[in-house]
Write a protein that binds this ligand. Structure first.
Ligand SMILES: NC(=O)c1ccc[n+]([C@@H]2O[C@H](COP(=O)([O-])OP(=O)(O)OC[C@H]3O[C@@H](n4cnc5c(N)ncnc54)[C@H](O)[C@@H]3O)[C@@H](O)[C@H]2O)c1
Length: 378
C-alpha cells in the first residue's frame, strides 16, 4: 500500500490549480510508492480558499501560511504565491523539516536563492522547483536525443517567450492577478517570469551559460498601482533580449516580451548541432521538429515527430499512440518524478540548487541590461 504524503499548498491561483490537479492525477496514471494527500491549502481570503478547498477536495484550509507550515500533519509545502513570498515561506518550511515544492523563479534574486539553498541543504529536506517544461514529453525527448549525441557538437541555441497582454497603458500594476507588473512582488518582469523558463530549459539541454549581453526595456514608464491607486514608476522589464556564450562553446540568443501583439504564450526553442537540429513550440507542445543531416539527401528535410508513442517519454502512462496530452500533464509528470525520487531516496531536478543557477543567469541578464556591458554569470 502506498505511503501517504500530506501536501500543504499555499496560493490558489493559476499554479495552485495546476498543482492540485497534478497531485490528484499522478497516482491514477503512475505506479507510485507515495500517495499525495490534499491535506490543507492556504490563502488570505477565507471565502475563496474555502471554495477552493471544496472544489479540489482539500481536507482543510488555512488563511495564514505560517499556521500551515507549523502543522504537524503536513509533510510537504507547495509554494504557489508571488515571488516575493518564496524565500520566507521556503526557509520557514525547511526549518520545520518539511519537503518543499516551490514555484519558479525560485526567488527575487540570487542572494535570496542562495539563502533558500542553504536552508534546505542544512535541513536535509527534499526540494524541487516547478520548471515544468522539462517534463513536456517532446522537450524530454529533445533531452534524450541530445544526451545520446545525435546532434553532435551544438553550435546554436535560440529561445523566445512572447506574450502581448500588457500593451495597454491603462492596465494597472500590482495587486491581485497583476502582481507580475509590480517589481516589489515579482523581482523583475519578463526576465524572471518568462526567460527563467527558457534559461532553465537551455541549461538542462545545452549546459551552463557563461556570459551574457542583454538589452531590456520598460515601454510604459508609469502605471496606476492597483492597491494604492497612485500613478507610480514601473520597475519591471517589459521586454528583454540577450546574447549568451555557453560553456560548451555554443552561442545562444533569447528574447522575451509582453508586447508581441498576437502572441499569447509563444515559447519556442531551436537547437542547431553538427548532425541535426531540433525545434519545439509550446503552441504545438506534443510535436518535436527534427532535421537529420544523416538522412538520404533526396528525402532529407524537417520532420515533425508526433510525440505520442509508447516509447516516447512519459507517454506509456497515458492513452494509446497517436493521442496527445497537454500543458497540465507536465505538472503531473513533475509530481510523479518527485514521488519516485522520494521512494528511491534521490534528489529530483530541478532542485533549489539547479534553480539557483537559473537565477544567477537572470541576475546577470538584468545587470547587463542596466550597464550595457557583457556580464559573467555568477
Ligand atoms: N511553472 C509555471 O509555468 C508557472 C506559471 C505561472 C506562474 N508561476 C509561478 O507561480 C507563482 C504564483 O503564480 P500564479 O500565476 O499562480 O499567481 P496567481 O496570482 O494566479 O496566484 C497567486 C496566489 O497567491 C496567493 N497569495 C498572495 N499572497 C499570499 C499570502 N501572503 N498568503 C497566502 N497566499 C497568498 C493569492 O491569493 C493567489 O491565490 C509565481 O511564483 C509564478 O512565477 C509558474
Amino acid at each position: 500500500m502506498a505511503q501517504q504524503l500530506n501536501i500543504g499548498l499555499i496560493g490558489y491561483g493559476f499554479m495552485g490549480r495546476t498543482h492540485s490537479n497534478a497531485y490528484r492525477q499522478a497516482p491514477q496514471f503512475f505506479d507510485l510508492e507515495y500517495q499525495p494527500i490534499l491535506k490543507a491549502c492556504c490563502a488570505r481570503n477565507q471565502e475563496k480558499i474555502k471554495a477552493f478547498a471544496a472544489n479540489w477536495g482539500y481536507e482543510s484550509f488555512e488563511t495564514d501560511w505560517k499556521t500551515l507550515v507549523a502543522r504537524d500533519d503536513i509533510d510537504a509545502v507547495d509554494i504557489c504565491v508571488p515571488n516575493n513570498l518564496h524565500k520566507e515561506i521556503a526557509i520557514a518550511a525547511a526549518e520545520a523539516g518539511k519537503m518543499i515544492l516551490c514555484e519558479k523563479p525560485i526567488a527575487m534574486n540570487t542572494a535570496e536563492a542562495e539563502e533558500m539553498c542553504a536552508a534546505v541543504e542544512k535541513a536535509g529536506v527534499k526540494n524541487t522547483v516547478w520548471y515544468n517544461y522539462r517534463r513536456v514529453p517532446a522537450v524530454t525527448l529533445a533531452k534524450q536525443l541530445i544526451d545520446e549525441g545525435k546532434l553532435g557538437r551544438i553550435f546554436h541555441y535560440r529561445a523566445n517567450f512572447l506574450q502581448d497582454w500588457t500593451i495597454s497603458e491603462d492596465l494597472p500594476q500590482g495587486g491581485e492577478a497583476l502582481w507580475r507588473l509590480d517589481v516589489e512582488a515579482a523581482g523583475s518582469g519578463v526576465t524572471g517570469d518568462l526567460l527563467a523558463h527558457c534559461i532553465d530549459t537551455a541549461i538542462w539541454l545545452n549546459g551552463s551559460i557563461k556570459t551574457v549581453s542583454a538589452m531590456t526595456e520598460t515601454f510604459i514608464k508609469e502605471r496606476q498601482h492597483q492597491l494604492t491607486g497612485k500613478v507610480e514608476k514601473v520597475g519591471i522589464d517589459d521586454a528583454c533580449a540577450f546574447l549568451a556564450r555557453c560553456a560548451n562553446g555554443s552561442l545562444a540568443t533569447f528574447e522575451s516580451t509582453r508586447y508581441a501583439r498576437g502572441h499569447k504564450a509563444l515559447y519556442t526553442f531551436e537547437i542547431n548541432g553538427e548532425h541535426a537540429s531540433i525545434k519545439w513550440d509550446l503552441h504545438d507542445l506534443h510535436r518535436l521538429d527534427w532535421f537529420d543531416h544523416g538522412d538520404e539527401s533526396r528525402v532529407r528535410g524537417w520532420r515533425s515527430i508526433h510525440v505520442t508513442d509508447g516509447d516516447h517519454p512519459y507517454m506509456d502512462h497515458w492513452w494509446v499512440p497517436g493521442l496527445q496530452i497537454g500543458y497540465e500533464h507536465s505538472f503531473v509528470h513533475q509530481v510523479a518524478d518527485f514521488l519516485e525520487g522520494l521512494a528511491k531516496g534521490e534528489a529530483v531536478s530541478p532542485t533549489f540548487r539547479d534553480a539557483l543557477e537559473t537565477q544567477k543567469v537572470c541576475d546577470a541578464v538584468l545587470a547587463s541590461g542596466k550597464s550595457g556591458q557583457w556580464v559573467e554569470v555568477g
